[in-house]
Design a protein around this ligand. Structure first.
Ligand code: CAA
Length: 380
């Protein structure tokens, strides 16, 4: 494994680092407090090419590799995971899914605007009764010849209120189980499509999470992605890549919390010396640094597997599992190292700890990653 970055990758990493410090950091505490969507920052990220990083230039994307995308996710997430999840969903789930499985007409119609951030997209799989058990879709898409009629509810949808384009997974033929599921492109404003209130969340509070309700929504057949019955596989294949993006987000949260704790430990004094000179703190920093490096290797490896055209279901799941667990652990320790200050918003680490939690839950909980990993190693 050789993760020496190219000149171009280093430049992209630096651009994301600068953007995070200059544009995301100011106001991040207020946005978290007020649950304010980072509208202006999303526009800027679109201009920088961060919203369609892997999309081919012919569809107005940046035409970059997955490793570059991971580097950007890591840098943004060190500072503001609410903003980075918007980047992750738009890139990995919406743009990648459409570019890989959409028709030429669908790509022409939606990708240019999605890749440049003129509009953003949402991926709608979870339901009140279908979270981890994703095949149990209750939302129905009944085939009416030239269109589908969509009915049901989706839950916890990232970009739910701000998106213009929604990729909705729904059951067309219950008898066929997961082989009867379809993925449909639904535009905001389609009659019968309603957006529920914004969720009041523990973390990533600046991101925009909603329920969505569909009542007799007519969706033209040409909005189906892939063949009839391809919807579940579409969701699984898309999520496999999405997990690399969320793993990079978790890595960034861990690295951001660690960097703050390291700096703090060098200036805060107790018992007559800087606290980093106490073994209790130094050993915590040693564990945090080691776990972050291990997570980074797993995340970069998964990205390289995807770029090399290898199967990345296993490496992506391992990266997501380990990076998410590391994010939670490291952010919690960063709060501990900060002591009383860690409990106060202006030191940032309490927010990183709250933001870390979701990485163990969305795009497949840690337990789901263990299902994917164990099935893969037992099959081979
Ligand atoms: N690629 C291609 N096909 C896949 C696949 C993959 N990675 N994983 C599964 N499949 C296929 C299987 O091969 C099978 O097809 P066949 O019968 O033709 O072989 C079919 O899908 C069903 O697979 P399983 O029998 O393994 O299904 P299961 O019911 O046991 O569930 C699971 C598998 C991995 C647990 C899956 O349900 C899962 O991933 N659950 C978690 C869902 C999830 O991640 N939700 C996140 C919501 S999106 C989100 O969070 C976005 C956001 O806003 C941030």
């Amino acid at each position: 494994m050789n993760f020496s970055l190219t000149e171009e990758q280093l430049m992209i990493q630096q651009a994301a680092r600068d953007f995070a410090q200059n544009e995301l950091l100011p106001g991040v505490i207020d946005r978290d407090e007020a649950q304010k969507f980072p509208k202006e920052q999303v526009k800027q990220m679109g201009e920088l090419g961060f919203l369609g990083m892997m999309v081919n230039e012919k569809y107005s994307g940046s035409g970059l590799d997955t490793l570059s995308y991971v580097l950007v996710m890591e840098e943004l997430s060190k500072v503001d995971a609410s903003s980075s999840v918007i980047v992750s969903v738009n890139n990995s789930l919406v743009c990648w899914g459409l570019e890989t499985y959409g028709t030429e007409e669908q790509k022409e119609k939606y990708l240019h605007r999605l890749a440049t951030g003129q509009i953003i997209g949402a991926f709608c799989l979870s339901e009140p009764e279908a979270g981890s058990d994703a095949t149990s879709q209750k939302t129905t898409a009944i085939d009416k010849g030239d269109h589908y009629v969509l009915n049901g509810t989706k839950n916890w949808i990232t970009n739910g209120g701000t998106a213009e384009v929604y990729l909705v997974i729904a059951q067309t033929d219950k008898e066929k189980g997961h082989k009867g599921i379809n993925a449909l492109i639904v535009e905001k404003g389609t009659p019968g499509f309603e957006i529920g209130p914004k969720e009041n969340k523990l973390g990533i509070r600046g991101s925009d999470t909603h329920s969505l309700m569909f009542t007799d929504v007519k969706v033209p057949k040409e909005n189906r992605i892939g063949e009839d019955g391809f919807g579940f596989k579409f969701a699984m294949k898309t999520l496999a890549g999405g997990r690399i993006g969320i793993a990079a987000q978790a890595l960034g949260i861990a690295a951001g919390a660690y960097e703050l704790a390291l700096q703090y430990s060098k200036v805060r004094k107790a018992f007559g010396t800087e606290i980093c000179n106490h073994q209790a703190i130094a050993f915590k920093l040693a564990d945090m640094h080691t776990k972050i490096q291990a997570a980074r290797h797993l995340v970069y490896q998964a990205a390289c597997d995807k770029d090399a055209g290898e199967n990345y279901d296993l490496s992506g799941a391992m990266a997501k599992l380990y990076a998410a667990e590391t994010a939670m652990e490291v952010a919690t320790e960063a709060v501990q190292i900060h002591g009383g200050n860690g409990f106060v918003k202006e030191y940032h680490v309490e927010r990183l700890m709250r933001d870390a939690k979701i990485t163990q839950i969305y795009e497949g909980t840690s337990e789901i990653q263990k299902i994917v990993i164990s099935r893969s190693i037992l099959r081979d």
